[in-house]
Design a protein around this ligand. Structure first.
Ligand SMILES: [Zn+2]
Length: 367
């Protein structure tokens, strides 16, 4: 297999691995699991979103980054308000940031064609780079952060903006554009990096940095912790040492279940799918679950299905991460009657179960 070829020690690939504190097996393992998400299509009758202004996106980023990384709130505020941004509407425009060292703010150039979701994501990406550059110079003046870590920081910025706009109409367009860009970072760019492992003569390509960074920004649960993310943004040359354990942990926690891509329409097929998914999740729990008969498991499932109280949690890749039967405690407050989240956050599953309870018809109501 070409992917198991040794990496020649003086190759561009070997230098890139060393600069980022990575080894070949770790990167190969990431490439084997990092796949683009299924792309949501835009409905034909969906209106074109109104153009965004750079000033509005800068304000959103200030709010989004400030909420995501409160330890860096002052750096975020100054960066989003003051860093110079040149808008380029030329055909070959591409996003760029220039690091002018510890004594001057970085400068940004971004394509700005229509003020669409792609333009907004590019600006958020570069502003997050600016925060990472300024925060890192404050801690270790003059020392640069290696590129994979740098791109993780920029992708965290994009994700912070998506989370901030979750409930707004613009958030939907940005999410669609973000998933479409996955197709490049985890598709074409991953193929380019994979090909470099098979070709000792391959020259360095900056795009090698994107697949691992994109995957890690999504999969590393620790990076959703504000303190951990702010520490990474500030870590400059020490970033690889912070990333390595996160990559190992994300690989170990990789969800082996396939994505559920079918739509949840009412009918027996949905019930069969939910039963199948819950059974797969219970099997995946393995030794941590209490021994139980198939009858008892099926009984619990049936109760949930009959009363529309069964909830299945899907992660960002549409893989099932948990299941629950929604219920109430002795005082009538939502409390899952049964819950397992072997590949995700139990609190997120608990919240889903509570929402399912709200949506379920009241017990005893007419059919
Ligand atoms: Zn970048």
């Amino acid at each position: 297999m070409p992917t198991s070829l040794p990496v020649p020690p003086d190759s561009a690939l070997a230098l890139w691995l060393a600069a980022n504190g990575l080894d070949a097996d770790l990167v190969r393992a990431v490439l084997a699991t990092a796949v683009p998400l299924a792309q949501p299509g835009r409905a034909a009758d969906e209106p074109e979103p109104a153009p965004l202004s750079p000033a509005l996106v800068r304000r959103w980023c200030a709010e989004a980054f400030g909420a995501a990384w409160p330890a860096l709130s002052e750096t975020v505020r100054r960066t989003c308000a003051d860093v110079a941004v040149v808008l380029d509407d030329g055909p070959g425009a591409r996003p760029q940031i220039h690091d002018h060292g510890p004594d001057a703010a970085p400068t940004i150039k971004v394509p700005w064609r229509r003020g669409d979701a792609r333009d907004a994501l590019a600006l958020a990406h570069e502003l997050a780079h600016a925060v990472q550059i300024i925060a890192s110079h404050a801690r270790t003046p003059g020392a640069a952060m290696p590129p994979v870590a740098r791109e993780v920081c920029a992708f965290l910025g994009e994700r912070a903006l998506l989370a901030h706009l979750r409930d707004r109409s613009e958030g939907c367009a940005l999410r669609t554009a973000h998933v479409a860009e996955d197709g490049v970072y985890l598709g074409e760019d991953a193929a380019t990096l994979g090909a470099a492992f098979a070709d000792p003569q391959a020259g360095y390509d900056y795009r090698w940095n994107y697949p691992v960074a994109r995957w890690l920004a999504r999969r590393a649960r620790e990076l959703s912790d504000p303190g951990e993310a702010a520490a990474l943004l500030s870590s400059g040359p020490d970033a690889p040492a912070r990333l390595r354990p996160l990559i190992h942990a994300a690989l170990a926690a990789q969800n082996p279940l396939p994505p559920v891509l079918a739509r949840d329409e009412p009918g027996p097929l949905v019930a069969y799918r939910q039963i199948g998914v819950a059974a797969a999740l219970e099997t995946a729990r393995g030794e941590e679950s209490e021994p139980e008969t198939v009858e008892a498991f099926y009984e619990a499932l049936l109760d949930g299905l009959r009363e529309s109280r069964l909830a299945i949690g899907l992660d960002e890749e549409a893989r099932p991460f948990g299941w629950a039967v929604a219920g109430r405690d002795g005082e009538g407050r939502p409390q899952a009657a049964r819950l397992a989240a072997p590949f995700g956050d139990p609190a997120a599953m608990e919240a889903l179960a509570a929402r399912r309870l709200e949506a379920a018809p009241a017990a005893g109501s007419a059919p």
